[in-house]
Design a protein around this ligand. Structure first.
Ligand code: SF4
Length: 343
């Protein structure tokens, strides 16, 4: 267990962990927050867990998890009464976090605890967060909110709300959505790029920003060409910018906005064709046809993007084209994750 997990968040409320323990990530892995029950910790209100094999087995080797259970952290025990979000009108109107049976209101204690915990996580340099879906504390969207007319699935868990308000650029995803190949590829992409961005941001120099933007050019084009152009104009001003910090903040916000949604096959095809253009004059006609054919097969949904990308990498390596080989688009995260074999 990471030493960044406070006792109140995890260990004491986890008397009998189910399955393998949470990954004991060594230093050097990317710090990512996670709802503790997804690691198999028995912190749910009924003493159970929601262990997620993808979170543990696939992402675990790359992430240094910082487990958080807001309901245990705020002082509720295990087991404990179930909570839910309730829409309250009149005095104290708004969405309240209450015990389902007794109606005991945990809203203010949870808000205070979440603000302090999120502040500590921000100080720890968090790069992403995997939240448990549909929880009134951890759910990032579509949490049921109970009211006089029944339940509406349009709420946000109180901890999730505090997290995204304090760290608006932080890549956040839910366990259920990680079953979608495109969403999980996008989440992992955002975590790795955000990690690189925060390292640059810690010791910013205009020339490092230029190098960053150059290396991510094709990746940004493959995500959002319009934002890529806007970011390029910011980079061009970086050298003489009177307020480099403000410019960097603007760049960071634009960068993460560009990556916020999964890309489309059309944009992927454009990106690959752009890179193929770098080497096409060195390819034999038969090689050009082969590469173009695989890109077409990907566009038509017959092979995953990894198939044409593998051949493209091969031709780029053979050409020795330095700028193209540096492009993060070719391998934005460890290829061993295998995420592009499914999109
Ligand atoms: S969903 Fe959040 S509050 Fe509920 S058990 Fe899991 S970590 Fe704790």
């Amino acid at each position: 267990m990471s030493d960044e997990i406070t006792p109140a968040d995890s260990v004491p409320c986890d008397p009998a962990p189910a399955g393998p323990p949470a990954p004991d990530a060594p230093a050097g892995r990317i710090p990512v927050g996670v709802s503790a029950c997804l690691l198999g910790q028995r912190v749910r209100h009924d003493g159970g867990h929601r262990q997620d094999r993808f979170v543990i087995d696939v992402l675990g080797p790359h992430f240094r998890y910082m487990a958080v259970c807001p309901e245990v952290g705020v002082g509720m025990g295990v087991p404990r009464p179930a909570l839910r979000l309730v829409q309250v009108d009149g005095q104290g109107a708004g969405r309240r976090l209450v015990e389902s049976r007794s109606g005991r209101d945990w809203t203010e204690p949870m808000r205070a605890w979440a603000a302090a915990r999120v502040e500590a996580l921000a100080g720890a340099g968090l790069r992403g967060f995997v939240l448990k879906a549909r929880s009134p504390s951890c759910g990032m969207a579509r949490v049921k909110v109970y009211g006089p007319g029944g339940a509406r699935p349009d709420g946000v868990g109180l901890f999730a709300e505090a997290l995204s308000a304090r760290l608006p650029l932080l890549p956040i995803e839910e366990d259920g959505r990680l079953n979608d190949a495109r969403l999980r590829e996008n989440f992992v992409l955002r975590v790795f790029v955000y990690d690189e961005w925060l390292r640059l941001r810690a010791a910013p120099r205009p020339r490092d920003l230029v190098a960053f933007h150059t290396r991510h050019k094709i990746l940004l084009m493959s995500q959002d060409a319009a934002r890529h152009r806007v970011l390029g104009r910011l980079v061009a001003r970086a050298g003489g910018a009177p307020d480099l910090e403000a410019l960097l903040d603007e760049y960071g916000a634009g960068l993460m906005a560009a990556l916020a949604r999964p890309t489309s096959p059309r944009r992927q095809v454009n990106a690959m064709q752009h890179l193929a253009g770098v080497v096409k004059h060195r390819l034999e006609p038969v090689e050009k046809r082969e590469l173009g054919g695989l890109i077409d097969e990907y566009r038509d949904g017959r092979v995953p993007v990894e198939v044409p990308l593998t051949l493209l990498r091969h031709h780029l390596r053979r050409s020795g084209h330095a700028w193209a080989l540096e492009q993060s688009y070719l391998d934005p995260y460890p290829r061993s994750l295998g995420l592009r074999s499914r999109v």
